[in-house]
Design a protein around this ligand. Structure first.
Ligand SMILES: [Zn+2]
Length: 447
């Protein structure tokens, strides 16, 4: 048994939670060790642990034990889009996916561009109680791309915003982007850019390439993403600030990030689960469930983003969970909304495309889906190692079951999953938030 001094500066979970012993699992997919949770923290990791009275035992043989997952890119849609998702349903979906924290994107109605709105979203997350909700603040007022929002007021609010993004829209004006990067330095914030040149993508319906030409759909060329990323890494270097690139999707984007990192530029990047698997060939079905922004790219791009994630060029996997009501998706392709749900299938997709292919270990998965996203978002409550003293945010994942994905089973209010009908590996045995289970055997449980 390992014993370590508990760092009392680390925030705790729920001290009154019933002690839990996760027995016989494999932390990080490595050696079998039991994990004891009590007092809202991890109390011990080892074998033959001494148990407090009334400890509940969870049998976790052959399961992987991971720190609770952290999503840097979630659309919860509340306020204003409650027919697609609410904080309540979106965080239930997150818990089912193994997440203990999500960063809620700012493109709500009203836009999350003031201290008042971000505090309201954080409070809604707290009262729902399924996972921590960290609001992302808008970079520009109303996402209009014209003047900076009150970034410092959001940073200094009760929500302590550290990630700012106009996601859904690109901060296209280079002067505004430069000012935003300069501004967030004072509170160690980061600008998360949705890299899309609006002029190069006017009217775009899918990736520009052979398939778009055959289908006669207006293309969204790779260069529209790559040119913005190239500009922004240079701006980040010039200003000496932190840049995060949302949902990177092309081989050229991976090359630019690799180049920037070699030069010591403070850039991080994310890839979505869907860009790790699906391609523009899926669009031939003309099912709008495959319509997403940035669009599904080519098989060569999929290989490049897998490679970039495996070699650390891409720092994290983020879902870009983008729920839409049925009537926004059940339309002709060119009329349908862009976006896919993803919280409840993310880890299965990462297992399928990366772990089962031998390209990431489970320890790597903890890095790209928990530790690094928490670090980028400056969330000191999440992403801790599975060690005594860490807050008890834990996921127990059974990698063995193969299950056909069925959005009707999802906790999300929306059903626009492109993985419906696909056989996916793995299932969530247990999610624990601050010492209390939020999910048992795949089902959310009232805390
Ligand atoms: Zn986006």
């Amino acid at each position: 048994m390992r014993t370590e001094t508990i760092d009392s500066t680390v925030p705790t979970g729920d001290a009154a939670a019933t002690p839990l012993l996760i027995r016989g699992g494999r932390p990080y997919g490595e050696d079998v060790q039991d994990v004891l949770l009590a007092g809202g923290r991890i109390q011990a990791v080892g074998t033959d642990l001494e148990l407090p009275e009334h400890t509940e035992v969870i049998e976790a043989e052959d399961c992987i034990v991971l720190p609770g997952l952290v999503d840097l890119h979630t659309h919860l849609r509340e306020p204003g889009g409650e027919e697609a998702e609410t904080v309540e349903t979106g965080t239930r979906a997150a818990a089912r996916g193994g997440f203990t924290a999500v960063h809620a994107m700012a493109n709500t109605t009203p836009v999350a561009d003031t201290a008042g709105v971000v505090e309201q979203i954080a409070r809604r997350g707290d009262s729902a109680g399924w996972c921590t909700v960290r609001p992302v603040g808008a970079v520009t007022v109303g996402l209009a791309g014209e003047r900076l929002a009150e970034l410092d007021a959001m940073a200094n609010s009760g929500a302590q915003v550290r990630v700012f993004s106009d996601d859904g829209k690109c901060v296209h004006d280079p002067v505004l982007m430069r000012r935003a990067l300069e501004y967030v330095k004072s509170f160690d914030g980061v600008i998360a850019q949705h890299a899309q040149d609006p002029r190069l993508t006017a009217g775009a319906q899918m990736h520009e390439g052979v398939v778009s030409a055959e289908l006669g759909l207006t293309g969204w060329p790779a260069v529209a993403e790559e040119s913005i990323i190239a500009r922004d890494v240079l701006l980040a270097q010039h200003v000496g600030s932190r840049l995060h690139v949302c949902h990177l999707s092309t081989a050229g984007s991976v090359d630019i990030i690799r180049w920037a990192k070699q030069r010591g530029i403070a850039v991080t990047a994310e890839v979505t689960p869907h860009h790790l698997l699906l391609t523009d060939e899926n669009v031939r079905q003309f099912d709008a469930v495959f319509k997403v922004n940035p669009p599904l790219r080519t098989a060569a791009d999929v290989e490049a983003v897998r490679e970039g994630l495996a070699d650390g060029t891409i720092d994290i996997v983020a879902t870009d969970h983008a729920p839409h009501p049925r009537d926004a998706k059940d339309r002709e392709w060119d009329q349908a909304a862009m976006g896919m749900t993803g919280l409840e299938t993310a880890l299965s997709l990462v297992q399928l495309t990366m772990v089962d292919q031998g390209r990431l270990s489970w320890r790597d998965v903890a890095r790209v889906l928990s530790e690094k996203p928490a670090e980028i978002g400056r969330d000191r409550e999440q992403g801790h190692p599975l060690e005594p003293g860490s807050p008890a945010h834990v996921l127990v994942w059974d990698p063995r079951p193969m299950r056909v994905a069925d959005p009707a089973e999802h906790a999300s209010l929306s059903r626009n999953s492109p993985f419906a009908g696909l056989e996916l590996p793995g299932s969530n045995r247990l999610t624990v938030l601050g010492g209390r289970p939020t999910v048992r055997d795949g089902q959310v449980v009232r805390r």
